[in-house]
Ligand binder design. Structure first.
Ligand SMILES: Nc1ncnc2c1ncn2[C@@H]1O[C@H](COP(=O)(O)OP(=O)(O)OP(=O)(O)O)[C@@H](O)[C@H]1O
Ligand code: FES
Length: 617
């Protein structure tokens, strides 16, 4: 099944705090590219075909490596003499999770269905090999020179010499005052660039169409590598002359790791994550990336005060090699000891604010009660019909997305355009219908948010929905999934039995999914019964105890306006597994901004006051 068509990115261009940019060029070409989902039969057919043709192939950690025959590169005679034991030239990579056929030599990505045609003895009629492409990445920085002593000094790394920076491939751009590094793909071709602004230490990444570039330092025969998340850490480690490990800088820090990067990591038998956890959404990014890279080969340096990120370690004069030697497997064995967990616990205690999760900017009361939004949890949100479940969930997810939490919306009830219009209005703070001249500006800003939408609408069976989410989680590094609402998955499976049993089994499936894939799932549900004079309780909502047991958080919108003339609406935290704190958050509604946030509303009042009574000077 082609799953990617079921997921629409809102943005393909993103900016974050560290100014990690995907280029405009990336935006245009990526939009044209398609992503493909794994089809087991197709994959087996492909391998069978390789055997029959005696084409070199090798099962790797994340991809099947294969002699590329997609384009016109090899003359037919050479193809005929290729042997299965030896590669004849450029390798292509078939991702074992998505089935995408990626060739770094010509920078192409096609579906396995398409690739299979190129490996037929007699290709189907109408099939034409692609012309071989010679990759030439044009830099955005034409004035690069060797790193000067002043530029080296501006980095503030004690003892570092400009000759060391030049030796690791750095260049200097004197006008913009930045250090420049080239990104290469698995075929060692330059496909992008990464720069470090010496002024504010922010970083930018620019890549050509495939986003397959990595910054690797170290000789090609090393089988171990250390992965860092920023250029400063890369410089520190690359200039240490570590004989055993290559040093690799991830292209987009901990925000995302495109599947196109994975071929460049195939040759490593051991990958050590040594990341700098500066922003909260990145906490536990290592475990998500490790799953993508094949956990078995991944080790982790858990951040503690004695084992901080490389540039901090250098500043504190800690022994870099000793810290590297302390890396332990990302995943613990099924049965473990306290000793093995010791460093995990210390690391969590020393980073408790990051462990608590991403804080809402618009809902401080939720931060107080829930402490933050964490991956791997299941939140159930419910409330009477028309009480604002969708409107609130939209604002709550927007707040997190604005802080870099990659979010996938499954809106089965209202169309994506309407949902996106609500999100946009909440983002802007007022309706744009009479301010159409502002639309382009806001839409461009809004597009930068890491928001994706499933294109399902109406009743849907659970299985394809879970498959689409799993695909999006792998390809787009999703960390928050919203399902609005669960009732749209009921009554469509083959099972025709008890309604509650069906509801419980759907909730259990999402529970399992959240844990297995370490994503936060927010499920919107209608309550089982609504007696207007009663407050909703967990039992009136769910009918069975199972739903409450499965959920980490239960949020109920209580709408007292329905029963009392001066009644108020509030959000009740009825269950909170993480910290146990229960309580309520008042929900005053601003119709213009479609917002329940007191901070948004007081900022608006302040602006209006300033407008009506300009300050006297
Ligand atoms: N506190 C409020 N006061 C007035 N209008 C509100 C309030 N909250 C939401 N609305 C409006 O009510 C309408 C319904 O809201 P929404 O769709 O979010 O509710 P819902 O609970 O998801 O509905 P349903 O039960 O149909 O799924 C929207 O037009 C929204 O703008
Ligand atoms: S070498 Fe693979 S497509 Fe050209």
């Amino acid at each position: 099944m082609r799953l990617a068509g079921l997921i629409k990115p809102l943005r393909l261009l993103r900016v974050n705090k560290t100014r990690c940019l995907l280029s405009e060029q990336h935006y245009a070409t990526k939009a044209e590219q398609e992503e493909y989902a794994f089809n087991t039969k197709e994959y087996l057919d492909f391998k069978k075909q390789l055997r029959q043709l005696n084409v070199y192939n090798r099962d790797g950690h994340t991809c099947l490596q294969v002699d590329c025959r997609l384009c016109e590169r090899l003359p037919a005679a050479a193809r005929a003499t290729a042997t299965a034991s030896r590669s004849q030239g450029p390798l292509a990579y078939v991702n074992k999770r998505t089935g995408a056929f990626i060739c770094p030599n010509c920078d192409v990505k096609v579906s396995l269905t398409h690739a299979l045609e190129a490996y037929q003895t007699v290709p189907p009629s109408g099939f034409r090999r692609l012309p071989e492409k010679s990759l030439e990445y044009a830099t955005r920085f034409p004035n690069l020179i060797s790193v000067t002593a002043e530029a080296c000094e501006a980095l503030g790394l004690k003892g570092l010499k400009e000759t060391q920076l030049n030796a690791i491939g750095a260049q200097f751009e004197p006008e913009q005052k930045l250090l420049h590094f080239r990104l290469r793909n698995a075929s060692h071709k330059i496909v992008g660039e990464k720069v470090l602004h010496l002024g504010d230490r922010s970083e930018q990444t620019f890549q050509c169409s495939s986003s397959s570039g990595l910054l690797i330092h170290g000789s090609g025969n090393k089988t171990k590598a250390v992965l860092v998340s920023n250029l400063l850490d890369f410089i520190v480690l690359a200039t240490q002359n570590i004989e055993t490990h290559c040093i690799i800088c991830l292209p987009y820090a901990m925000q995302q790791l495109p599947q196109e990067c994975l071929p460049g990591l195939e040759r490593f038998k051991e990958l050590v994550f040594w990341l700098h956890y500066d922003a909260t959404p990145s906490w536990d990014a290592a475990s998500a990336f490790a799953q993508k890279m094949d956990e078995k080969r991944c080790l982790l340096i858990r951040p503690t005060e004695t084992e901080p990120a490389p540039h901090v370690a250098l500043k504190k004069r800690l022994n870099i090699r000793h810290i590297l030697a302390k890396a332990t497997p990302v995943r613990h064995k099924a049965i473990t000891t306290f000793n093995a967990l010791r460093n995990d616990i210390l690391s969590e205690l020393q980073n408790i604010e990051k462990v608590n999760g991403v804080k809402w900017k618009r809902f401080p009361v939720l931060n107080k009660l829930l402490k933050g939004h964490r991956k791997g949890e299941l939140t159930i949100l419910t409330g009477p019909t028309g009480s604002g479940k969708t409107t609130f969930t939209s604002e709550y997810s927007l707040d997190l997305a604005m802080q870099g939490v990659s979010t996938l919306w499954g809106s089965f009830e209202i169309r994506n355009t309407r949902l996106a219009a609500t999100l946009l209005r909440q983002f802007v703070g007022y309706p744009l219908d009479d301010k159409l001249q502002e639309f382009d500006h806001w839409a461009t800003e809004f597009e930068r948010l890491p928001l994706y939408f499933m294109t399902f609408h109406g009743q849907q069976p659970l299985k394809p929905v879970l498959e689409a989410i799993e695909h999006a989680q792998y390809v787009h590094d999703i960390s928050h999934v919203i399902i609005d609402n669960l009732q749209f998955m009921m009554g469509v499976s083959s099972y025709r039995g008890d309604k509650f049993w069906e509801q419980d089994s759907i909730i259990a499936a999402f529970r399992g999914f959240a844990t297995k894939h370490n994503v936060h799932v927010t499920l919107v549900m209608h309550p089982r019964k609504e007696r207007q004079e009663d407050e909703l309780t967990t039992s009136s909502v769910f009918g069975t105890a199972k739903a409450t047991q499965e959920a980490d958080n239960v949020l109920i919108i209580q709408d007292k306006r329905l029963t009392a003339v001066r009644g108020k609406k509030y959000l009740q935290v009825a269950k909170n597994r993480y910290s146990g704190d229960l309580g309520i958050m008042p929900m005053e509604f601003d119709k213009d901004a479609l917002s329940y946030s007191s901070s948004v509303q007081s900022a608006k009042r302040r602006r209006e006051r300033e407008k009506t009574s300009p300050t006297e000077s």
